[in-house]
Every structure is written in structure tokens, then in C-alpha cells.
Design a protein around this ligand. Structure first.
Ligand code: AMP
Length: 542
């Protein structure tokens, strides 16, 4: 017997229809690439997205065509996304922090036909566009007055191009399982792999993100996605914020502490999200200027592990609740969030931060398990770690073009490549990337745990731990440290600080001081580069 309910396909443009109708006057405030702050509303954004869709269709772009974007978080970028999806196209976010050759490779692989680009990134496009055979049109997200000189063919100014459409257009009638968007994984090893989101997966993911124990978004929130739209869909915020009717504040290209602080304060932001490196800059700015965060209530920190000291500073010094989250491009990206279940709600002091060190529990729509190398499921005891596997309606079922097939099994589980344990209350904690974990004398040492410990030292700004070859133990941990400005912590002092806080045999064998730790295009510590840098490093033998 079939249910007798309506077929109402889960399509992304319905999010915008809803936002425009129910929360039409709610603002989207952008720091524009040209400089000034620009204000629009959901009603206006929907109308302009309809014009984008109409104009793309008039240019001959068709259902299924990949429409790339190379842009900062702005209202225009959102219009491009929704316009592309609304005419049946597939938005494809490109990460400008990758090398131009990599971006070109990705565009060719995805066969992008059209590109929306911010002024900032025109020099990159000048380099790669001639080598992307599929590319037919480049739309510079600015107006005629700001257009750069270029010898590239088929380049138009967004505002002029858009002016030729009146928005009298019907969204394309799509099936909910059709592709809506694409994003390539940051690819720290091997070629980047394409993840293809469907309308259904994006809508379900946005609903999941809004749930109270996830991001808990409401129409009363003012949301600042510092995490870029090109990094795993701005963690879904360009979809979940309009779904909730929250005001959106888009930071454009400026992510330094002072610029983010300015937006947090002048726009009265209640909710924000980004990787730890961004928060490092903001906290440094606050420390230097003695400023406070009177409006901010919640900050989601993910993309890499949130250092304990960061969570403590936000909560104790500024009264901002930290929600540690874990996810992946392949998961749209939310996988887990460390909000408090009743089991932990009454914890106080240090015990609260023990829980916030964990990456959290899965919302409805994410199943997770940890297995050993023989795919046997491991107990949820909070200590036995193994390979973390996930499945759900917003988790990739395969990569574009069939790459990486070994990461997907017959029962629908996706092997995340992360190593984790899960506690009896369902809180997952990442202990490493499978390829970063240090294997010392047959036992595993978690580099993330050691890094978190090290950055708790008051003179350390950033820390990374890598395995270095050792004649007896195979590998031993080396701690690489960036000191805070003006500080010169000593090795003995750091190791003394760490000892007693982790198993004795986990303590790093040595500490190396560097000016800078290399990061990937999505702000993670680039362990491969660091391992290369310290390839010939000799540990002291004692
Ligand atoms: P990306 O697809 O670029 O977002 O990268 C996903 C990967 O980032 C995950 O597989 C993890 O290795 C790492 N990651 C994301 N969030 C966290 C977190 N909160 N703690 C530790 N690692 C994280």
C-alpha cells in the first residue's frame, strides 16, 4: 500500500521561494569585492536568481551543465548558485587557494561550461581559461565600471548581463535526485575527487543543519558564514540560513581578525562558523585590542580539530558557546556536532571542555560506525579507535567519474579516511587521519591529541605533530611549533607542560620551532608538506 501524500520534490530553489515568501525582508549583507557593504533581501535575491536562471537559459546553457564559480561569500555568489540550480544547471565551486593548474585540471574534469568569477580571481582565470576547452562564457561578478582589461573572449560584466533579463521565468521542473552542485575534495594526496550533490541531498542536509542539536538556526539568528562557499558549501549555510529565514552576513574576501570583528559587531551576528585558523586571527585581534563580543552567541568550529584552548577562550573570556563540528565535502558536509545531550548537560568546568574536544554526535541523517582493518565493528566505549565509516542521504555514494571506488562498500558505507572512537553516549572523537596517525612500536599515537595539548601552552600559537622515522620504534612523534609573537618557549618547558597530560610514551621525542606551518587550501595543516620538510630530521637518541 502506498502512502497518499503529495509528491513535493525536494528542490533547492524551493528554499529560496520559502525564504522570499516567509522572510522576504530579511537581509543579506555582503562586504562586496569592490569594497562597500551592500544590502539586499531574500525577496530581492530570489528575483535576481530568477534573472540569472533566465539569462543562463537564454545563453543556451542547459540542464545538467556545470556552472563554475570562483568567488568569495557574497549575495552575488548566492544568486549565481541559485540561478544555476534553478535553470537545471549544476553549480561547481572552485577553491581559489589551489594552484591554478589544479583549478584548471578540476574545471576540465568537470567540463565546466560557464564561470562566475570575482574580480580578485581574474589573474587566475587569465592563466587557466585558455586551457579549459569546455568553457564558453566568463561572467565577472561586478559591474561595467569595474571590469578589468582582458584579452579573454566571451567575458561579460555580471550586472550588465543580468540587466538583459527581467526575471519572468519559471524555475526548471526537476527531479529531486538530479545534480544540484559539485565540489572537489581538497585532495591532499592524489588527484582531487568530485562530489556531486543532488537537490534532495542539499535540501535534506539543510534541514538537518537547522535542527536544534546541530546548528539550531532560527529566523531570529544573524548568521556569518566565514567558511567559504568554496569550502564544502560553506557548511550548508547558504541553504540552511534561507531555509530558517536567518539574516545572512557575507564577509567577501576579508577574513582577517579586524574585518570579521567589524561585521560581528555592526551587524549583531549571533551565529558564525569557520575553521580554527580564522578564529586564531580573531582571538588575537581581540587580545590586542581588548574588545568584547557582545552579540555573538554561538560559534561552530570545524574543518580541523578545535584546540581546547580556543574553546576555553571563547567561552570563558567572551561568553560565546563553542560547537565543535566534524564533516567532509563528501558529507555535504555535516557529520557530527558536539552539542550537549542530557547525559553531559550538567557537566561543569574542565569536564565540559573534555566533551567539546570531541567532534560530537551525529544528527538524524548520518549513521556512523568505527571498524578495524577487517571491517569488524568496534565497541562504542570512548577509547577503541578504528576507521570511521558513515552513510546517509547527504553522503556521497560515489565520486564523479568513478574515482576512489575503494572508499565505498557494498552496504553503502563510505570510509572517511579518519580514525576515531565513539563513546557510549554516541560522541565521536577523531584521533587522526588514517595516513597521519603515528605507529610507534605497533601502537598508535594520535597526532591531534598531542597538537591540542601543545597549543594549550600559553606561548604556542600553532602546533603540528608528525611521525619521524625511528630505528627502534619505527616512528616517533616530532612536535613542530609556531611561537606566539614575542615569545620564545623552550623545548624542555613545552615537554614538561605536556607530560602528565598524555600517556608517557606519547610525549614527542623532540620539538622543532618554525616561523610558519604549511596549510592546505581549506585551512588544514598540510602534513604531507611538513613530512617532506622534516624528511631527513634526526631525532635525538636518548
Ligand atoms: P574537507 O572535505 O576539506 O572538509 O575535509 C574533511 C576532513 O577534515 C575530515 O575527513 C577530517 O579529517 C578533517 N576534519 C573536519 N573537521 C574536523 C574536526 N572537527 N576535527 C578534526 N578533523 C576534522
Amino acid at each position: 500500500m502506498l502512502g497518499l501524500m503529495q509528491q513535493w520534490p525536494l528542490l533547492c530553489h524551493k528554499i529560496l521561494d520559502h525564504a522570499a515568501r516567509q522572510h522576504g525582508g530579511r537581509e543579506i549583507v555582503s562586504r562586496s569585492v569592490e569594497g562597500p557593504i551592500v544590502r539586499t533581501t531574500y525577496a530581492q535575491l530570489r528575483h535576481r536568481a530568477l534573472r540569472v536562471a533566465q539569462r543562463l537559459a537564454r545563453d543556451g546553457f542547459e540542464r545538467g551543465d556545470r556552472i563554475a564559480t570562483l568567488g568569495w561569500n557574497t549575495a552575488r555568489h548566492m544568486e549565481a548558485w541559485y540561478g544555476a540550480m534553478g535553470m537545471g544547471g549544476v553549480y561547481h565551486t572552485l577553491n581559489p587557494r589551489l594552484f591554478p593548474d589544479q583549478i584548471g585540471w578540476i574545471m576540465n574534469h568537470a567540463e565546466d561550461k560557464c564561470l562566475f568569477v570575482d574580480l580578485t580571481f581574474m589573474p587566475i582565470v587569465e592563466k587557466i581559461a585558455p586551457n579549459v576547452a569546455s568553457l564558453q562564457k566568463i561572467i565577472v561578478m561586478s559591474d561595467a565600471a569595474h571590469m578589468p582589461d582582458t584579452a579573454l573572449p566571451n567575458v561579460v560584466a555580471y550586472e550588465e548581463w543580468l540587466a538583459e533579463a527581467d526575471g519572468d521565468f519559471e524555475w526548471c521542473a526537476l527531479e529531486e535526485n538530479e545534480a544540484a552542485g559539485m565540489c572537489y575534495t581538497s585532495g591532499t594526496t592524489g588527484e582531487p575527487k568530485g562530489v556531486v550533490y543532488s537537490h534532495r541531498s542539499n535540501v535534506l542536509h539543510a534541514m538537518m543543519a537547522c535542527m536544534p542539536d546541530a546548528m539550531g538556526l532560527s529566523s531570529r539568528d544573524v548568521v556569518l558564514p566565514v567558511v567559504p562557499m568554496f569550502h564544502a558549501n560553506a557548511w550548508g549555510l547558504a541553504q540552511s540560513a534561507p531555509m530558517a529565514g536567518a539574516k545572512l552576513v557575507m564577509p567577501g574576501g576579508k577574513m582577517d581578525g579586524a574585518s570579521i570583528y567589524e561585521l560581528l559587531n555592526t551587524e549583531k551576528v549571533s551565529f558564525t562558523a569557520a575553521v580554527p585558523t580564522v578564529w586564531l586571527m580573531l582571538l588575537q585581534h581581540l587580545e590586542e585590542t581588548g574588545k568584547a563580543l557582545p552579540y555573538l552567541q554561538r560559534v561552530v568550529i570545524g574543518g580541523s580539530a578545535c584546540p581546547r584552548a580556543m574553546a576555553e577562550t571563547f567561552e570563558k573570556n567572551y561568553g560565546v558557546e563553542v560547537i565543535h563540528a566534524w564533516g567532509m565535502t563528501e558529507m555535504s558536509p555535516l557529520g557530527s556536532l558536539a552539542s550537549f545531550k542530557p547525559d553531559y548537560a550538567d557537566l561543569e568546568g574542565e569536564a565540559r571542555f573534555d566533551i567539546k574536544q570531541k567532534q560530537g554526535h551525529a544528527p538524524f541523517g548520518v549513521e556512523m560506525k568505527v571498524t578495524d582493518d577487517e571491517n569488524r565493528e568496534l565497541p562504542w566505549d570512548g577509547k577503541t579507535f578504528g576507521r570511521l565509516k558513515v552513510r546517509g542521504p547527504a553522503v556521497a555514494a560515489s565520486y564523479y567519474g568513478g574515482a576512489g571506488a575503494e572508499q565505498f562498500d557494498d552496504e553503502g558505507w563510505f570510509d572517511t579516511g579518519d580514525v576515531a572512537h565513539i563513546d557510549p553516549h554516541g560522541y565521536m572523537q577523531i584521533t587522526d587521519r588514517a595516513k597521519d596517525v603515528i605507529k610507534s612500536g605497533g601502537e598508535w599515537i594520535s597526532t591531534i591529541d598531542l597538537e591540542n595539548l601543545a597549543v594549550g601552552h600559553p606561548d604556542i600559537a600553532e602546533a603540528a605533530v608528525i611521525g619521524v622515522a625511528h630505528p627502534k620504534w619505527d616512528e616517533r612523534p616530532l612536535l613542530v611549533v609556531v611561537a606566539k609573537p614575542g615569545k620564545e618557549p623552550r623545548k624542555e618547558e613545552i615537554l614538561e607542560y605536556m607530560s602528565g597530560k598524555c600517556a608517557k610514551w606519547w610525549l614527542p621525542d623532540d620539538v622543532a620551532f618554525v616561523e610558519e606551518i604549511p596549510h592546505t587550501a581549506t585551512g588544514k595543516i598540510q602534513k604531507t608538506a611538513l613530512r617532506d620538510q622534516f624528511r631527513d630530521y634526526r631525532l635525538p637518541m636518548g
